[in-house]
Design a binder for this molecule. Structure first.
Ligand SMILES: Nc1ncnc2c1ncn2[C@@H]1O[C@H](COP(=O)(O)OP(=O)(O)OP(=O)(O)O)[C@@H](O)[C@H]1O
Ligand SMILES: [Mg+2]
Length: 308
């Protein structure tokens, strides 16, 4: 299967209330090579049209099956099924408290650090169940990086912020670290602004620069997936536009899942959108179709501003 869907094995009728906004092609994703090695092509893709899915032949990067999530006795996610194709952007939308952040955090096990939480179901990253007990969670989080709403630079130099992850995973060579720092800052479109002051404190950067720094820090560990939880909601319009442009560039190499309250932003940056409501995935599909021709009434009500 190469497109997001709620269910690859069962007919849709098994998931009452869950519909896709458009028929999605079934294609085999049984390429054994997806098991063998992560695909980390550094070759940029062709020029993407932002408005439509451009990776019809992409294989599945994230495969979520029957996921329920609980904070103690309180269930926050109900039977979520979806797939995210590699090198695409999926936006998660829905009213406050519907479970977007909770769902995002299940994708790199960030919820594990919250006491009393429990997840059911499977989430596969390139065919590997990330909830398998043998999974190294630190390694998982370097493959599935995360950027938060509030930028969170460490009180260290710009250089040391970016070098932090690589150092943690054992890189000590100064020249190697210098190379990683430059590459990551270039990719995060921050290099030109900071290249002459890498030893200055990251705390002295503007809010928009700090957020790009955090993206650079995530890129430094060579992730395949980047999770972003409202990465631009605290930023001014110019900084927001820079982050959106950056997401557009990054999706040539990375799979991105982004939570946003801003529907224009979802429409601008994503090829796929998933609408959550009260802990349930109501609808997922190509962004353009979900926004112009939603299947579910709840989606329509939300995107037309009737609630939320
Ligand atoms: N650490 C926590 N402990 C207990 N309940 C939590 C915790 N975090 C979130 N919840 C609950 O889980 C539900 C989903 O919350 P979540 O933060 O995932 O929503 P959201 O869609 O990201 O909302 P927002 O748009 O306001 O960020 C809410 O009912 C919330 O109160
Ligand atoms: Mg949230």
């Amino acid at each position: 299967m190469n497109q997001p869907s709620q269910n690859s094995t069962k007919p849709e009728s098994d998931s009452p209330g869950l519909k896709q906004s458009a028929p999605l092609e079934e294609t085999a994703n049984n390429d054994e090579s997806t098991n063998a090695s992560p695909k980390r092509s550094l070759v940029s893709g062709s020029n993407f049209d932002r408005s439509k899915p451009d990776n019809k032949n992409a294989s599945t990067m994230i495969d979520v099956r029957d996921v329920n999530f609980y904070y103690g006795d309180v269930q926050a996610l109900f039977n979520v099924n979806l797939t995210v194709p590699e090198k695409s952007v999926m936006a998660l939308i829905g009213p406050s408290g519907c479970g977007k952040s909770t769902f995002l955090r299940t994708l790199n096990r960030m919820n594990d650090i919250i006491d009393g939480t429990r997840v059911e179901g499977t989430i596969k990253l390139e065919n590997q169940n990330i909830y398998d007990p043998t999974i190294d969670v630190v390694a998982l989080r370097s493959r599935v990086g995360m950027v938060f709403q509030k930028s969170t630079p460490f009180p260290k130099s710009i250089f040391d912020n970016i070098a932090f992850g690589p150092r943690l995973s054992g890189t000590t060579s100064k020249s190697k670290l210098t190379e990683i720092v430059e590459r990551s800052l270039q990719q995060a479109a921050l290099w030109d602004e900071v290249k002459d002051r890498l030893s200055d404190s990251a705390m002295a950067l503007s809010g928009g620069q700090q957020q790009r720094l955090c993206i650079a820090r995530t890129l430094a560990t060579n992730p395949e997936v980047i999770l972003m939880d409202e990465p631009a909601s605290a930023l001014d319009p110019a900084s927001t536009a820079r982050i959106e442009d950056l997401i557009f560039e990054l999706r040539k190499q990375y799979t991105i899942v982004i939570v946003t309250h801003n529907m224009q932003q979802a429409a601008r940056v994503s090829q796929y959108t998933a609408f959550f409501y009260q802990g349930r995935l109501i609808e997922v599909g190509p962004t353009k179709e979900l926004f112009t021709n939603p299947t579910e009434k709840q989606t329509e009500d939300y995107i037309t501003g009737r609630f939320g």
